[in-house]
Design a protein. Structure first.
Length: 143
């Protein structure tokens, strides 16, 4: 079962533009292509955890505003260093003028002690993001 979440209105994103979208304690970036298609990726650069939606968007590429690394937002592929880890992508679509994004089902476990295990619905995170959040163990539920 797919959990579609409204990210924003299509008109909230310029053509060849991006918009930050926060949900469930995570940051995402939603992009509008020159062909009016929509795409969604993780919202933080995999190199330095900077908000990728603040970067320059040209054609199908977004440039990180910190070190000018680049990603193809359609696939998440890192296309120019310094990033060498791809962005995770999520299905996106437009319905009734709204941009909808399919959210993954995942849990991040935070170990506070030998018997204290709490679950936080943060979705899938990279090792660097987990460290920044103080997470020590990551698990992902499969469909």
């Amino acid at each position: 079962m797919t959990n579609w979440i409204r990210a924003c209105g299509l008109d909230d994103i310029e053509q060849e533009g991006a918009r930050r979208f926060d949900h469930g304690g995570r940051t995402y970036a939603v992009f509008r292509s020159p062909d009016d298609e929509v795409f969604c990726t993780d919202g933080l650069c995999t190199h330095e955890a900077v908000h990728i939606a603040d970067g320059l968007v040209i054609d199908y590429e977004v440039e990180c505003p910190k070190h000018a690394g680049a990603f193809d937002y359609r696939t998440g592929a890192a296309t120019r260093p310094p990033p060498c880890i791809n962005l995770r992508t999520y299905p996106a679509k437009v319905e009734g003028g709204s941009v909808l994004v399919a959210m993954p089902i995942a849990a991040v476990r935070r170990l506070r002690g030998p018997s204290d295990l709490s679950l936080t619905a943060l979705g899938q995170v990279t090792g660097r993001q987990a460290s920044a959040l103080g997470q020590t163990q990551i698990t992902t539920a499969s469909r």
